[in-house]
Design a binder for this molecule. Structure first.
Ligand code: NDP
Ligand code: PYC
Length: 339
């Protein structure tokens, strides 16, 4: 169907190319530009709008502020047979992960399980593009990232945790991997920003204002207020674990240690990221692949129209992306250096 006059339709490849031009113009190496562009275009195409083209202004301002190094060269360190570390050197996390990916997968297959700890990295995207390809290769993958202090632990009074996303991917025999990936706050900070921009209220329970009073006004949450973890003490404990696993384990910053005040315009948290990879072919007993297929068949019988990841996995690759014309023009302006 043709888009209306206020929209622009383009292929994912065309959008990726346009975004890569923006990243290159703002100091990213060709490799980093291509990796970030693919992540961002993929998120936009999949409807993960909080980490799609909405983030481009933030990427540009953070790169221009000098807070992040768009051409950083990650260094991969073998700490133990099944434990790799990556020193991201103040670059983005996705290129740091990809620098270690082959060695990580080798170690997962050799040992049945491996851990990858990335430190001194920035993650400003969705995590599912990091973990889904691992499940497509037959592995189970978990990835965790912390961000910046904008969430009040359950029972506390001040923000300490980040929005701390949690991603999980598992292969399903004969079908798309099962993948979930979400912030451990009531809402991702990006979605609060989008709600504020569009003048929409957020649901009750999303956050508090600067006085600690519950509010549905996204601007009040962003302006001195705070998000809260999802699910009360349960989500709060998961967010707490993510701080420990990501910052504690990697040597990266805790969310409360992120201080970008010396870099006006900086928006990408400088923290870390971890991956746990498991080779389910090593599990004893009945094969995981067959068990997983039976599991999703039962989910369907129980009435679930699509398990998480199925929609995106089954429609992979082909469809065009439709974006508002004003947003597209702004991307072209960024790419041409007019803004
Ligand atoms: P959502 O609350 O939108 O949840 C998304 C996940 O839940 C997806 O895996 C989705 O699967 C699944 N899902 C959604 N609805 C249902 C449902 N009704 N039944 C079953 N599963 C469902 O995610 P968030 O808004 O919290 O996060 C959005 C993105 O933001 C994530 O990709 C996350 O990584 C990213 N993020 C990144 C941060 C960073 O520091 N880099 C910080 C915070 C968030 P499906 O897509 O298949 O429907
Ligand atoms: O949307 O919560 C978010 C977020 C934080 C850092 C990157 N994205």
């Amino acid at each position: 169907m043709p888009p209306n006059a206020n929209d622009v339709r383009l292929s994912i490849d065309a959008l990726t190319g346009l975004l890569a031009r923006i990243f290159r113009r703002n100091g990213c190496s060709d490799r980093v530009a291509d990796i970030l562009a693919a992540n961002c275009a993929g998120a936009e195409a999949a409807g993960s709008f909080s980490h799609g083209i909405f983030r481009i202004d933030g990427y540009v301002s953070t790169l221009r502020s000098g807070w992040v190094d768009g051409a950083a060269e990650p260094r991969v360190l073998v700490e133990a047979p099944a434990y790799l570390a990556v020193e991201a050197a103040n670059g983005f996390a996705q290129p740091a992960f990809l620098a270690a990916r082959e060695a990580f997968v080798e170690r997962v297959r050799e040992n049945g399980i491996a851990f990858l700890a990335i430190r001194d990295s920035h993650h400003f995207g969705a995590l599912w593009p990091d973990v889904t390809p691992l499940a497509e290769e037959g592995l189970i993958a978990i990835s965790l990232v912390n961000s910046f202090a904008c969430s009040i632990p359950a029972g506390a009074t001040k923000p300490l945790f980040g929005t701390n996303p949690f991603a999980f991917a598992a292969p399903i025999e004969g079908d798309a991997p099962l993948v979930f990936d979400f912030a451990t706050t009531s809402m991702a900070n990006g979605d609060v920003q989008i709600a504020a921009r569009e003048g929409r209220q957020v649901p009750p329970g999303t956050g508090v204002d600067r006085n600690g009073a519950p509010t549905c006004d996204p601007a009040a949450i962003l302006d001195g207020g705070s998000l809260v973890p999802f699910g009360g003490h349960k989500g709060s404990a998961i967010s707490m674990m993510i701080e420990l696993m990501v910052a504690g384990m990697t040597g990266g910053r805790f969310s409360f240690e992120v201080d970008w005040s010396g870099h006006p315009g900086a928006q990408t948290p400088r923290t870390g990221q971890i991956f746990i990879g498991i080779d389910p072919a090593r599990s004893g007993g009945e094969g995981f692949a067959a068990r997983s297929a039976e599991f999703v068949r039962r989910l369907s019988e129980a009435g679930l129209a699509a398990y998480p990841g199925a929609r995106r996995g089954r429609s992979r690759g082909g469809a065009d992306v439709v974006i508002p014309r004003a947003a597209h023009d702004r991307l072209e302006d960024h790419a041409a250096g007019r803004i």
